[in-house]
Design a protein around this ligand. Structure first.
Ligand code: TPP
Ligand code: MG
Length: 330
């Protein structure tokens, strides 16, 4: 297996650690409110649960520079938030309002993106965010720009043919591209043992001659360390890396899915490794922050999300006369 050893864990300043915690906590609070809103019948579009994925979406995207680009997927709310899509714009999108990212075209995390923030709109077809990200990476290489592109997919997405074609091309072109595979044990209701024989998805990198590394996807600092190494190697001309971040999808595929097919023992095993709660405990134990400081972050996140929901619910619906706008390129 082509496992690369992560370099020394970057020494993160206390302020950076609290920044990581803030983005994870904001993602968690957003997710909890989204679930509640939809259960109350106030939601409009489709939703995908984020619980369990916070350390991956936040830790990986924190490793990017401002000029880099990212092609996230449907579990990467933390990436959208960290890169600058505001909770107001995303909630307005989920509620189908004109102020939403897609102006009411798609009341989902699908399609949300903003090229001015370096975020590709999520492409619903899996894993099409891979060749899209690779295309950006190749353009950076051709223009000799020191920029990196990052794509995300899931364990299920890694079984599609396009995954393999994209990895092969990325390797041959030595593209400045980093691929994050979020292995959350399930692709909708299909457990990983029913879709692949290999133990680790990172092993697949070897077939293409590029480094592959597996990381604990519930440890935000570990994710950041491994991905930062991969990003810096790509930026220095060292080519692509496949990072497999292992976690567990703690809720259903989306809110309509009760996930009765997931064994409760498996969930219990992962519950104690909750990425947000474990990081809070670590910050306290290491003396990075006191309980009052963490409580304050939690309060700030709750206030931001409540404001976003109030904003979205008070926002106008899109004008039907604009229905054809922004759908086709002129
Ligand atoms: C080509 C394609 N087929 C089916 C779907 C429907 N679909 C959306 S998410 C999903 C499961 C994907 O599983 P995985 O890649 O493991 O990501 P996860 O949802 O577990 O994070 C499916 C089947 C899709 N979006 N695209
Ligand atoms: Mg999955």
């Amino acid at each position: 297996m082509t496992t690369i050893k992560p370099g020394p864990t970057p020494s993160l300043a206390p302020a950076q650690k609290l920044t990581l915690y803030y983005w994870m906590r904001l993602t968690r609070t957003f997710d909890e409110h989204m679930v509640a809103l939809w259960k109350q019948g106030r939601g409009v579009g489709g939703t995908f649960s984020q619980r369990g994925h916070e350390a991956i979406s936040v830790g990986a995207s924190y490793a990017l520079g401002p000029a880099d680009v990212v092609a996230p997927m449907h579990r990467d709310l933390g990436t959208y938030l960290l890169r600058g899509l505001t909770p107001r714009r995303i909630f307005a999108n989920l509620l189908g309002r004109a102020a939403g990212v897609t102006h009411g075209r798609d009341a989902n995390l699908h399609g949300i993106g903003d090229l001015s923030l370096g975020i590709f709109g999520f492409i619903s077809h899996l894993p099409h965010s891979l060749p899209a990200g690779l295309g950006a990476a190749m353009s950076f290489r051709y223009r000799d720009e020191p920029r990196v592109a990052m794509s995300f997919t899931g364990d299920g997405g890694s079984s599609a043919g396009l995954f393999h074609e994209t990895l092969n091309l990325a390797a041959v072109y030595n593209a400045p591209w980093v691929l994050i595979v979020e292995n959350n044990q399930y692709a909708y209701s299909t457990p990983i043992r029913q879709q692949m024989k290999v133990i680790g998805i990172a092993q697949r990198a070897e077939a293409y001659g590029i480094p592959g590394v597996a990381v604990d996807g519930n440890d935000v600092e570990a994710v950041y360390a491994v991905v930062r190494d991969a990003v810096e190697r790509a930026r220095a001309g060292g080519g692509p890396t496949l990072v497999e971040a292992k976690t567990m999808r703690m809720l259903g595929h989306a809110i309509h899915d009760g996930a009765e097919y997931v064994p409760p023992e498996l969930l219990a095993e992962w519950e104690v490794r909750d990425p947000v709660l474990c990081y809070a405990a670590r910050l306290l134990a290491d003396g990075v922050a006191g309980q009052a400081e963490l409580d304050e972050i939690e309060r700030r996140c709750a206030a931001e999300i409540e404001d976003a929901i109030a904003f979205a619910e008070a926002s106008p619906w899109p004008d039907p006369a604009t229905i054809g706008e922004g759908v086709y390129a002129p």
